[in-house]
Design a protein around this ligand. Structure first.
Ligand code: AP5
Length: 224
């Protein structure tokens, strides 16, 4: 089944840990009625399966290392297959996929296979390592519903989840050691993926060190 190329939107969001990929992806989904496809969330769901890969993924990701590309690409393919079954879908936002050059090439192949073309907009949200560490060590997560609570404004005062009253904890990979490892992986593996898009003139760079609403405004401006 072919999706209308004119109306369809595929957006890829890249950036270092804590750059706001998830925050902006969700805003884009709300604004344009798109489906959210997050690599971190999808891999964390895969961890729950009690098999060899589920257990090993948990250990690898908790340390801040990347999941192996063959698993990431298989899972991405499964997600795109599911999307294909929803004929009315207008498009989707890919949050955090393509963290290696290899994944970027295969993701393009997968998008072509599923007839979304090569027109995906690729955003890079830039922040410094310092900002990344600052945001991630301070944010909290609801143990019950998984909601991430930023360390900003009124959110600093809340003691339990504002949506479901669940207990607030630190995400398991939001400790200094894992964050440093995630930043290292970003530099070593993801920067080449970013360069892959850059060389093709497909990369749109956004300053992530400004209020959420301003980051979003810049993204909307670039979407046109
Ligand atoms: P993932 O869950 O994607 O984690 P990450 O990339 O480390 O990024 P985060 O989710 O921590 O941050 P974010 O950029 O989404 O920012 P957020 O909006 O939450 O991946 C986890 C792990 O999965 C990886 O380490 C790896 O092991 C594995 N993995 C995933 N994809 C993979 C792949 N393709 N290949 C291999 N392995 C893969 O914002 C962060 C905080 O800042 C929040 O508190 C937020 O409220 C706040 N914030 C956001 N924007 C702003 C702003 N403008 N100003 C102030 N605060 C802000």
């Amino acid at each position: 089944m072919k999706h209308s190329k004119k109306k369809s939107k595929v957006i890829i969001i890249l950036g270092p840990p804590g750059s706001g990929k998830g925050t902006q992806a969700k805003l884009l989904c709300q604004k344009f009625g798109l489906k959210y496809v997050g690599s971190g969330d999808t891999l964390r769901s895969r961890q729950k399966k009690s098999d060899f890969t589920g257990g090993k993924l948990t250990r690898v990701m908790n340390k801040g290392e990347l999941a192996p590309s063959f698993i990431v690409v298989k899972i991405l393919g499964d997600e795109l297959e599911k999307i294909k079954k929803q004929p009315k879908i207008k498009g989707f936002v890919m949050d955090g996929w393509t963290r290696t050059n290899f994944e970027a090439i295969l993701a393009d192949e997968a998008l072509e296979w599923y007839e979304w073309g090569r027109g995906a907009k690729v955003f890079l949200i830039r922040i410094s390592n310092r900002e990344s560490l600052n945001r991630l060590t301070k944010r909290r997560q609801c143990k019950k519903c998984g909601r991430l609570i930023p360390w900003v404004g009124e959110f600093k005062k809340i003691k339990r989840c504002d949506k479901c009253n669940g207990e607030l904890i630190t995400r398991v990979d939001d400790n200094i050691q894992s964050i440093k490892k995630r930043l290292e992986e970003y530099k070593k593996e993801t920067v080449p993926a970013i360069n892959y898009y850059k060389k093709q003139g497909r990369l749109i760079e956004i300053n992530g060190e400004q209020p959420v609403a301003n980051v979003f405004k810049d993204i909307l401006k670039a979407i046109g």
